[in-house]
Design a protein around this ligand. Structure first.
Ligand code: SAH
Ligand code: SF4
Ligand code: F3S
Length: 436
């Protein structure tokens, strides 16, 4: 054991959160202890996101912070992992020579080896070898009530604004038995909820133990049989892959939570076409209709982009109309950010002022819908799965089935338990409840 400490900073989506956990475990196996303090670290890993320009630029300003330490301590190491690593490769070291290692999302199982070899290493290829087969098994410690589990990676959809198909590569699904054994280990170390992750998780098509190709719905039904596992969620889904069996599972599988993140991006057919989403606003609404028929209480969440090249006031009005029709319980909205190498970046851009105004308008509509959904929770008694200590002493925080954060006075022994809670107040980003 070298007794070294690693600080991992995670940017971007849940997939990166999962990857950071796996990197921490891989590094622990070669003697690096995780620390929450950047100042203590012998190794800093930035697990980066390339989705919007801001996310990428953050990395370079963060790297600059370590200049002094690098000068004082030649053994101090910096690794850049994740989607910026994949997209920019060697360029990162050219722009910031402080960086020792650059490692892409499909190669991070090699991180300990890259660090040992020393010097500047870029390994951002997609190895044929499955990284999951090479990573150490999930460590026993690290109890967390809700755990992420990546089941599908990459994307073949090529939306014209998006870097993911380039940073994460082609769509691949992990085999069913590999997913099942990881789920069992997670439940064995205390997980009560598992969130299945994929850039297009509902396109999951892993090989089953029977040699057949399993859908996400079939995988979920198999995982639902794990004793001790109380809740299953999945994210992110694409409207085109909302198959009949998955919709049916949302209605009938009681461990599958009534929450669905289904990005629409825009409500204008012209813009959806230019984005290469390959569905219309009407198609999206029809899917939502079928889902709500199967699971009437489901909370719908979405993603939107405003100011996509060519978006007119009328196109934006179509987006607002779609939002009014769906009524979202949760949503994320972004100003379009042109990304190098993507087709939309080459098109005439909407002015930043117009895009900013549209974003404000959309966000205030989404906020009001979100609040309304939260207010409707007040007075109801709902199961809350407690995850950890809350803001105030004596409080725990957990999640409703609809993914609301719920704060409640309760004893620590209830962590990991699903308990009926009466909701007494809605706060801007959470709910307040009392044990029923
Ligand atoms: N796989 C998911 C989303 C992945 S990226 C899907 O297909 O929906 C997460 C979100 O970031 C997207 O839903 C989109 O709303 C936003 N996004 C992606 N690229 C963007 C860009 N160039 N500019 C602004 N937002 C973007
Ligand atoms: Fe990006 Fe589109 Fe793939 Fe989602 S479906 S990851 S938005 S290319
Ligand atoms: Fe960002 Fe990569 Fe996720 S670009 S959103 S970290 S897949």
């Amino acid at each position: 054991m070298s007794g070294k400490k690693v600080f991992i900073k995670t940017y971007g989506c849940q997939m990166n959160v999962y990857d950071s956990e796996r990197m921490a475990e891989a590094l622990a196996a070669s003697g690096y202890e995780a620390t929450g303090e950047a100042d203590d670290a012998d190794l800093v890993v930035l697990n980066t996101c390339h989705i919007r320009e801001k996310a990428t630029e953050k990395i370079y300003s963060e790297l600059g912070r370590y200049k002094k330490r690098k000068a004082e301590r030649p053994d101090f190491r910096i690794a850049v992992a994740g989607c910026v690593a994949q997209a920019e490769g060697e360029e990162i070291v050219r722009r910031q020579p402080l960086v020792d290692v650059v490692v892409g999302p499909q190669a991070y199982h090699r991180l300990p080896e890259l660090l040992r070899r020393g010097g500047v290493q870029t390994n951002t290829d997609f190895p044929v070898n499955d990284k999951f087969a090479e990573l150490p098994e999930r460590a026993a410690g690290n109890r967390s009530v809700s755990s992420f589990l990546t089941v599908q990676e990459g994307c073949d959809k090529f939306c014209t604004f998006c870097v993911v198909p380039y940073t994460r590569g082609a769509e691949t699904s992990r085999p069913v038995t590999q997913v099942e054994s990881e789920a069992l280990r997670l439940v064995g170390r205390g997980a009560r909820e598992i969130v299945l992750l994929g850039q297009n998780v509902n396109a999951y098509h892993g090989t089953g133990p029977d040699g057949e190709c399993w859908s996400l719905a079939r995988l979920i039904r198999a995982l639902a049989r794990i004793e001790g596992l109380q809740r299953i969620r999945f994210t992110t889904s694409h409207p085109r892959d909302m198959s009949a069996d998955l919709i049916e599972a949302l209605g009938s599988c009681h461990k599958l939570m009534p929450y669905l993140h289904l990005p629409a991006q825009s409500g204008s057919d012209k813009i959806l076409k230019a984005m290469n989403r390959r569905h219309t606003a009407e198609d999206y609404l029809r899917v939502i209709g079928r889902i709500r028929k199967a699971r009437p209480d489901i909370l719908i969440s979405g993603d939107f982009i405003v100011g996509f090249p060519g978006e007119t006031d009328a196109d934006f009005a179509d987006t607002l109309e779609l939002v009014r029709k769906v009524h979202y319980g949760q949503a994320y909205s972004f100003r379009y950010s042109p990304r190098p190498g993507t087709p939309a970046a080459e098109r005439p851009q909407v002015s930043p002022e117009t895009a900013a105004e549209r974003l404000d308008e959309l966000q205030s509509l989404l906020r009001s819908q979100q609040r309304e959904v939260q207010w409707r929770m007040v007075g109801r008694t709902v199961p809350v799965l407690f995850e950890k200590p809350g803001r105030r002493p004596g409080q725990l925080v957990g999640k409703s089935e609809y993914l609301h954060s719920v704060h409640c006075s309760a004893a620590d022994e209830l962590i990991g338990e699903s308990v009926p809670v009466r909701i007494i107040r809605a706060e801007p980003n959470s709910l307040l409840g009392e044990l029923a």
